[in-house]
Write a new protein. Sequence first.
Length: 242
Amino acid sequence: MALFEARDVVKSFGGLMAVNGVSFQVESGEIFGLIGPNGSGKTTIFNLINNYFPLTSGDFLFQGRSIARKKTHQICHLGIARTFQVVKPLARMTVLDNVIASAFCRVHSTREAQKLALEMIDFCGLSAYQDQTAKGLPIGLRKRLEITRAMATRPEILLLDETCAGLNPREVDQAIELIKAINRRGVTIIIIEHIMKVIMTISKRILAIHHGQTITEGTPEEVSRNPQVIEAYLGDEYAQSQ
């Protein structure tokens, strides 16, 4: 049984069909990539998974049970955490306090929350910044804080939405290593990413979508050679570079 499954997921906003019949399964311990052009429905799928938007039809199953009617905070408590494409820290609070706030999803005392927060801050490489306010961090560190906050909820599945967007090459390499380290801890990852170096390096399988519909699914090599993916997303220049 797959750890997570999307079944014929549909989301319409009035006359706009943002997601149209998308299905996929994610195995425990996997890094599963989600790619497609801007506006193809990738982030909408994340918003549907954590019920930020309600489904029009279809279902999501986590550990074999439907979560489609669960509230957002209940889904987090079950073990599905996410980051956002536009990072949303508690800007006037310190890095440590940001992560403590997330840790209360799993623990029930300030002492336990601080212990868990410090553990995740150290794991994610933010110890040197733990007393700085979140609004003063550069984009690379704010992205890392976003991941740290999500990890403080002790997720079984982590949804990463363009974690590497806006980062310089060195920061991208660091992000790749952090994502791999998170996966080695047993966390299953579903990742949206436009930087091909990231998605092709870390994903076991990739789902490509366009106009809210599935183009293809397979290994990075299979997806990158698919003519429809090249036409809709990667482009001829990418194909010629391979």
